[in-house]
Design a protein around this ligand. Structure first.
Ligand code: ADP
Ligand code: MG
Ligand code: MG
Length: 209
């Protein structure tokens, strides 16, 4: 079972990982966007870590809702509302339970991706964060259904997220700024898919501790 401490550790690990990957995310967004994705997400996750240090909610659900609200306020751009919605929807799906089962985690991440899809109206194949998030959540849900433990399930999710991000390279963007480039968006990994993979990999890292 996963408690609020686990989710706080996830947010901290995600912030560390995005800081370490900030230059790469910025390079990817310079190629097919406006070059701010690394700094946007670093600013938002740094603010989220600070918000949790100021006041850590007692339940995983409330914690993720707080993180989502912080990202919406602090990130801006396309990814702020999208990631903010993802965390908020995951938090709402968890309700007020003090501890979360692997099945509930999978359900919450399904709600997160549904939130991103309905806000951004991107489908898989449009070359966005959805291309990393959706396969990760499918892999997680499947592993949980097969009765695998949370570490193994998150290993599968992290591998699917990374694979999904890499699969955006040959895609032509149909949503967001990169879509303005048309065929010139082909040949680059989508920055939001790359950051989504970092977030799922951070979850795996924390579960493996
Ligand atoms: P901006 O494009 O406003 O500068 P960011 O650079 O922070 O915002 O984020 C860009 C990322 O947001 C893209 O790489 C893509 O993954 C994601 N994105 C953009 N539009 C959408 C959308 N409609 N649906 C899902 N994801 C999107
Ligand atoms: Mg950008
Ligand atoms: Mg921007």
């Amino acid at each position: 079972m996963l408690d609020a401490g686990f989710f706080a550790a996830w947010v901290e690990e995600a912030a560390r990982s995005v800081l370490a990957g900030k230059d790469r995310l910025t390079r990817l967004d310079t190629a097919i966007g406006d070059g701010d994705h690394g700094t946007n997400l670093d600013r938002g996750l740094t603010a989220a870590v600070q918000a949790l240090a100021d006041h850590r909610p007692a339940t995983p659900g409330a914690l993720l809702v707080l993180v989502g609200g912080t990202l919406i306020r602090r990130v801006g751009g396309a990814s702020g509302p999208l990631y903010g919605t993802a965390f908020r929807e995951a938090g709402k799906a968890l309700g007020e339970e003090p501890e979360v089962s692997p099945g509930a985690l999978a359900g919450a991440l399904e709600a997160a991706v549904d939130g991103v899809r309905s806000l951004g109206s991107a489908a898989e194949g449009d070359k966005t964060m959805v291309d990393a998030l959706a396969p990760a959540v499918r892999a997680l849900a499947q592993a949980v259904r097969e009765g695998r433990d949370v570490r193994e399930a998150l290993d599968a999710a992290a591998a699917a997220a990374r694979g999904g991000a890499e699969a955006t390279v040959p895609m032509q963007a149909r949503k967001g700024r990169a879509s303005y480039l048309g065929p010139r968006s082909v040949g680059h990994e989508d920055p939001g898919a790359a950051s989504a993979a970092l977030l799922v990999e951070a979850l795996r890292t924390v579960a493996a501790r």
